[in-house]
Design a protein around this ligand. Structure first.
Ligand SMILES: Cc1cc2nc3c(=O)[nH]c(=O)nc-3n(C[C@H](O)[C@H](O)[C@H](O)COP(=O)(O)OP(=O)(O)OC[C@H]3O[C@@H](n4cnc5c(N)ncnc54)[C@H](O)[C@@H]3O)c2cc1C
Length: 460
């Protein structure tokens, strides 16, 4: 009770991230006020008054830490004593290798645990503005941040800083691209401000391949928009299949333009159409399909995009999409401990920072909570190594992203955890250029878990 009288840390939003952040802070002996607008004000997707409500699927995806990046993140969360993981583990339902939960019991467990915690006060109200006398704040209002508060965030960060929709192009692991077919070249060999003239990977199509591809896009199964998403397309972000429907040649004048490109494998044969892939992370382990935002179903995307020459065996780190999502241009706005550079008393957490998914949002909540607690204690926040799933995800949000859009501006898109975000493992054997794919994954996982254990041991 005495501790509650100390100035608390304020957390806005009691979703996956805000709940985890509250728990982490309170477990470190620091008082928290958690502000949640439901049930007084509903979002377009939430249905209950419970904290950490799962708005759609009841799955946290694969729980296999020996094979999967998301399973590895689960393991690291458990090591860091995550409340979200504890509640998920105690409310599991059978789902093969996935961690799926009874959604009502899961949210009920979290709500009751936080309500009972002596250092946590829960206030049910919508925050419109951040009071000047709140000196340590975490904003975790999620992809459906209330419109009034989104205006406040825009006023603080600038109008260009907040996006309201994802127009996601698929992202491919570089090592799965067939370099006997693709080649490096920027259009017209343009070097640009920081380029080399060879910044893009190009996939060539002849007329017949183009025709079959366009037909596949038109006939492919699409995901319907939810009522509240009600997106009216603007021309800069038309889904690829909508462009295909507008006419046979439309894509050749848009994202599949063949101009200014010469296939180095067959310099005398002019491709009829070209798909360009652009480097998506500093490490060069990921490439995105330029202009390929889509509402095709995931299974259809994999099938249709593997028809593209050079991408027959493509492995996707993320598939394309187009949906409502409020998120910040974090690599520019946030420092490495998730604080707003221009107003360091504000920290952001969860999906609003540009991660994607329940568990990723909770993981960023966990980190934000630990960082806010360090500020509270006037110590330096201990950042997780980039070799851990925590660190790889944090680095994607605050620093690792270099992709630019067509106008040369840096573009930042939300992402799930995936192995492409981790620094590569370099083989110690000089005769081996790099380890085989399976061994590489194993080595990344082992390194991540060891480094995570060390990090947790050495911080707090
Ligand atoms: C429709 C939809 C479906 C999704 N489906 C999935 C899925 O199936 N699987 C998956 O892994 N991810 C899914 N996601 C992505 C995402 O990971 C989840 O939305 C996740 O809940 C994000 O966690 P969060 O804590 O950042 O935000 P949320 O869990 O949304 O929490 C934010 C909280 O802030 C509150 N809030 C908002 N504004 C205010 C305010 N001004 N004052 C006070 N409180 C406020 C909200 O009521 C909410 O409780 C989906 C997203 C959406 C939008």
């Amino acid at each position: 009770m005495l501790n509650k009288l100390k100035t608390p840390i304020h957390i806005i939003g009691g979703g996956l991230a805000g709940s985890e952040a509250s728990w982490q802070i309170a477990q470190l002996g620091i008082p928290v006020v958690l502000h949640e607008m439901r049930p007084k004000r509903k979002s377009d997707a939430h249905k209950t008054d419970k904290l950490a409500e799962l708005v759609c699927s009841n799955s946290f995806r694969s729980d296999d830490a020996s094979k999967n990046a998301v399973g590895l993140l689960h393991a690291e969360m458990r090591l860091a004593k995550s409340l979200i993981m504890k509640a998920a583990d105690s409310n599991k339902v059978p789902a093969g290798g996935a961690l799926a939960v009874d959604r009502n019991e899961f949210s009920k467990t979290i709500t009751e645990t936080l309500e009972k915690h002596p250092l946590i006060t829960i206030q049910r109200r919508e925050i419109h503005e951040i009071p000047e006398d709140w000196h340590n704040v975490i904003v975790a209002t999620g992809p459906l941040t209330s419109p009034k508060f989104a205006q406040e965030i825009q006023a603080i960060t600038g109008t260009e800083a907040l996006s309201f929709f994802d127009a996601l192009a698929p992202i491919i692991y570089t090592e799965s691209i067939n370099m006997n077919i693709c080649w490096y070249q920027s259009r017209y060999d343009k070097i640009g401000p920081e380029g080399t003239g060879k910044d893009y990977l190009n996939c060539p199509l002849n007329q017949e391949q183009y025709k079959i591809f366009v037909q596949a896009l038109i006939s492919g199964e699409k995901v319907e928009f939810r009522e509240f998403e009600n997106i009216s397309y603007f021309d800069g972000c038309l889904p690829i299949e909508v462009m295909a429907e507008r006419g046979f040649e439309t894509l050749r004048y848009g994202p599949m333009k063949p101009m200014g490109l010469t296939n180095t494998h067959h310099p005398t044969i002019k491709p009829y159409a070209v798909i360009q892939l652009r480097q998506d992370n500093k490490l060069g382990t990921l490439y995105n399909m330029v202009g390929f935002q889509t509402k095709l179903k995931y299974s259809e995307q994999t099938r249709i995009f593997r028809m593209i020459p050079g991408l027959e065996k493509a492995e996707f780190a993320r598939l394309g999409g187009l949906h409502r999502n409020t998120y910040l241009n974090s690599p520019i706005l946030l420092d490495e401990s998730l604080r707003l550079k221009q107003k360091p008393q504000l920290r952001f957490a969860g999906q609003i920072t540009g991660c994607e998914g329940y568990i990723e949002s909770a993981a960023i909540g966990l980190l934000a909570g630990r960082f806010a607690a360090a500020d509270y204690n006037r110590t330096c926040p201990s950042l997780p190594p980039k070799t851990t799933a925590f660190g790889a995800l944090l680095n994607h949000i605050t620093g690792g992203h270099i992709a630019t859009n067509e106008t040369g501006k840096r573009s930042f898109q939300p992402m799930n955890i995936n192995f492409g975000l981790f620094p590569p493992i370099i083989s110690t054997n000089p005769l081996e250029k790099s380890l085989p794919h399976k061994e590489k994954k194993q080595a990344i996982i082992e390194r991540a878990l060891n480094d995570c254990i060390q990090w947790l041991k050495n911080s707090f």
